[in-house]
Design a protein around this ligand. Structure first.
Ligand code: SF4
Ligand code: SF4
Length: 359
């Protein structure tokens, strides 16, 4: 297996977080690394999307396909697991598609544990955990973290966004089984929230409910049209100005419950500087991703993480820390909302944001 090429296709993964860095540094910190400057030896996390098959059909998901070319076989999964460890990865993130559907799911967990991956995270819609014994078997095989895909507390909205009737009920049953595991083996539970125009106002309540049911961290992903082809899903892209208050309230609810909170795909000017700890430091993850077909890339170089900058950004004090705004968002809502942050407003606030992997 050769060194990875520079790539390519973004992960379907809704990428996890951290106690937020302390605010109000005495001076502006150094700008972040970029994928272009980082050696592969710096990799800490390795995300493997072994296949894109899924039992949901979520609106906007571009990582859902049962085609044979969209699945790794078991020998390939084994090779990548070994490759990641050889490159220095300490932690594994198993995504998809829906990784729990795979016949080699438990084998993958067992080999990852055997190879010495410390944190073994499964990113899932949670449905298969509703089956008796499934969670126990996964934990025994090595899974110690679970990221659940959250859409809404309203089953109708959740199922509609997943385009899968019953998916909310199965998620709830799966979560209950995970929470009933003995405390010593219970995995760390996190939530990945896909923020759309249908659920953005619900975020504070969503975070409150799931915080009270065992989740300790939340990632918010802005609904993306990247790679959507001709399907018109523009109405689901929420306008940042309409979500700002709910985003900040959800952050406050998370912290009040002792959880942490991270917003991906929103530029710094989307929220006041006092909330910059919720910004996602993609490069700080030191995370490489491999998809079916052997496409490898550092997370911060993906089309989901890389935003565009507009003329106003040239006058912005945090331009070097900001990921910009995704081009698909700008095509829908324009760039009026992107307002440069002045050095005066930025003074005393840490613009680096948080990485997702600090428990
Ligand atoms: S659960 Fe939804 S977002 Fe995740 S891979 Fe399946 S279809 Fe895509
Ligand atoms: S103005 Fe541009 S560089 Fe500044 S925070 Fe907004 S998107 Fe980022």
């Amino acid at each position: 297996m050769t060194d990875p090429p520079t790539v390519l296709r973004s992960s379907g993964a809704i990428p996890h977080a951290a106690p937020n860095r302390p605010q109000r540094p005495t001076s502006m910190p150094s700008p972040p690394n970029t994928g272009a400057h980082r050696s592969w030896g710096a990799m800490r996390w390795f995300e493997i999307s072994p296949g894109f098959a899924c039992n949901c059909r979520c609106s906007g998901c571009f990582s859902c396909s049962a085609e044979a070319s969209s699945q790794m076989d078991w020998p390939e999964v084994q090779r990548w697991l070994r490759w990641g460890r050889a490159k220095g990865a300490q932690h594994l993130w198993l995504s998809g598609g829906e990784p729990t559907l795979r016949r080699d799911f438990f084998k993958t967990l067992r080999l990852a544990k055997h190879l010495g991956y410390q944190r073994i995270k499964v990113q899932t819609n949670g449905m298969l955990f509703s089956y008796e014994g499934f969670a126990e078997k996964a934990v025994a095989a090595g899974m110690n973290e679970v990221n659940l895909l959250l859409k809404s507390l309203d089953p109708k909205v959740h199922d509609a966004l997943n385009r899968t009737p019953g998916s909310h009920r199965l998620l709830q049953e799966g979560l209950a089984r995970l929470n009933h595991l003995p405390a010593a083996t219970r995995p760390r539970l996190e939530g990945d929230i896909l923020m759309t125009s249908r659920n953005c106002q619900e975020m504070p309540e969503l975070v409150r409910w799931y915080s009270e049911h065992g989740l300790v961290h939340f990632n918010v992903w802005l609904f993306s049209l990247v790679d959507q082809g001709s399907r018109d899903l523009r109405r689901l892209v929420p306008r940042m100005a309409d979500c700002r208050d709910a985003l900040m309230a959800a952050h406050d609810v998370a912290l009040a419950h002792g959880s942490t909170f991270c917003s991906l795909n929103t530029p710094h000017c989307a929220v006041p500087p006092a909330y910059w700890s919720m910004q996602f430091d993609a490069a700080g993850m030191e995370l490489a991703v491999v998809n079916p077909g052997g496409h490898v890339f550092m997370l911060e170089t993906s089309s989901i993480e890389q935003g565009s900058f507009v003329a106003a950004c040239d006058r912005c004090a945090v331009r070097d820390y900001c990921h910009g705004m995704r081009s698909d968002y700008l095509e829908v809502h324009g760039d009026d909302e992107l307002q440069p942050v002045s050095a005066e407003d930025a003074a005393g606030f840490d613009p680096r944001g948080s990485v997702l992997d600090l428990p």
